[in-house]
Design a protein around this ligand. Structure first.
Ligand code: ATP
Length: 234
């Protein structure tokens, strides 16, 4: 199996805060991989570095063999990123937002694919609604849709189910599982141990910018009790 994501010696400091401290990770193609850790563990910084949004102080990241620093355009095309923050240009409708994102990747005439994504995420009825009029949950769906417009093989999601209701959480998980079954590599961060347990094949636990445990989900659960895993996330 090829390597979807390779992280070597990744280090990022903000002033006195060592956000990411020498992280090594390897995610194989087709994996469903979870990054867990308490607030401030460095999950978002790691994902932002993967997406090329944060420049690391040291180390390197590759997406399917493309170096995020030196081959940014190629690496970015292979990656769909669902950020944590619900930020949109409020003047556009959902469909326009997805067309603009397609344009960002130089893709024209993407409407058939956009329709398919909208339908899979139960967003068809909102296609012509302006993003500013959407609820938080709907915005979250649009973020996921936006990450998929260029059909990336690797999808990275930063807390996709944070702050959404139970029903939407289930819808999102079903959808992410489907993407994984269809061959997409999934990497996500979550605070919810139950969700990581249910969906991730392997988990890396981050604490203070370091990987403190990395194993298959079943091995992690064997090694640590539910209780001690929960404490590690606190
Ligand atoms: P959460 O689960 O709360 O989202 P996280 O695991 O994603 O946390 P990060 O957001 O990566 O953690 O933050 C790691 C550390 O780096 C924290 O101490 C945070 O305060 C700090 N940090 C992150 N971004 C910045 C920034 N732009 N400027 C200064 N410090 C930052």
């Amino acid at each position: 199996m090829a390597t979807a994501i390779l992280v070597r010696g990744l280090t990022k400091r903000y002033g006195v805060v060592q956000a990411v401290d020498g992280v090594d990770l390897e995610v194989a193609e087709g994996e469903f991989f979870g990054l867990l850790g308490p607030n401030g563990a460095g999950k978002t910084t790691l994902i932002s570095a993967l997406a090329g949004l944060v420049r690391p102080d040291a180390g390197r990241i590759e997406v399917l063999g493309k170096d995020v620093q030196n081959q940014y355009r190629e690496a970015r095309r292979l990656l769909g990123v669902v950020p944590q923050e619900l930020v949109f240009d409020p003047f556009f409708t959902v469909r326009e937002t997805l067309r603009i994102q397609s344009g960002y990747f130089g893709i024209r005439h993407n409407d058939d694919w956009i329709d398919e994504i909208l339908s899979s995420l139960d967003l068809t009825g909102k296609a012509d609604t302006s993003t500013r009029a959407l609820s938080g949950g709907m915005k979250r769906r649009v973020l996921v849709a936006q990450a998929l417009v260029h059909r990336p093989p690797v999808i990275v999601l930063d807390e996709p189910t944070a702050g959404v209701d139970v029903e939407l959480r289930q819808t999102l998980w079903r959808f992410i599982q489907r993407l994984n079954r269809e061959g997409h590599t999934i990497v996500l961060t979550t605070h919810y141990l139950e969700e990581a347990e249910s969906y991730c094949g392997r988990i890396a636990m981050l604490k203070a910018g370091r990987v403190v445990a990395l194993d298959t989900t079943s091995n992690l659960l064997r090694r640590f009790s539910q209780h001690s895993l929960r404490l590690r996330l606190a």
